[in-house]
Design a protein around this ligand. Sequence first.
Ligand code: B12
Length: 164
Amino acid sequence: MTSVEIFEDLGRRDAFGPLVSRARKFLVSSVPSDSHMWNLVALQIFLEEMGHEVVNLGACVPTELLLRRCHAERPDCVVISSVNGHGHIDGARLITALRADPGLARLNVVIGGKLGVEGEANSQFEQELLELGFDAVFHVGAGDSAHAIESFRRYISSHVEQVT
Ligand code: B12
């Protein structure tokens, strides 16, 4: 299933009522070096069509700003997206700073996108990012992103919507 088909499917189900019983708050952000923005817009639409609230900080977000907004917004899940190839470096710095903040140490934080410049081999960065503190990593290889989006949808259903 392509991402377009996933979005269309979500839209159809939405016509028959809300998909989730309680909307969650997601903070969507890129990393400091990354100026790509349509990845962020697509993730925002995906989450909103699931019935969730989204605060989208946009591209090139300094880590200090992200940490400040995490404290202010108290999201149920922080979604970091990067596609410029520096995501594994910026993401490592970002999660190290975030987990060092006692007020944010238990926050649910995931990262995804094209995290390096090696296509499918970018999966090599997943383990390190998990060990540094991300709760989940959704790597997108050279192909389309439908697999990552579908894995993310399942993660939300089991790790974000179910949390009381
Ligand atoms: C448009 C574009 C630009 C525009 C961005 C304009 C803007 N403000 O958005 C401009 C011209 C500025 C640009 C600049 C650069 N770009 Co550019 N760009 C693209 C391009 C052509 C399309 C990106 C896009 O909008 N896609 C549409 C969105 C909807 O799709 P997406 O980005 O893939 O996001 C989806 C998935 O990745 C996934 N996903 C992303 N994040 C997450 C997070 C989670 C949790 C999950 C589950 C899924 C997920 O879901 C998203 C929605 O389906 C891509 C090539 C391509 N076809 O992807 C290159 C591309 C991303 N760019 C690339 C590069 C290298 C650059 C530059 C470094 C070029 C340069 N030398 O200057 C700079 C970087 C600038 C910076 N500081 O970041 C490379 C990245 C290489 C890599 N990672 O392997 C790409 C892949 C081109 C290529 N094939 O080489 N770029």
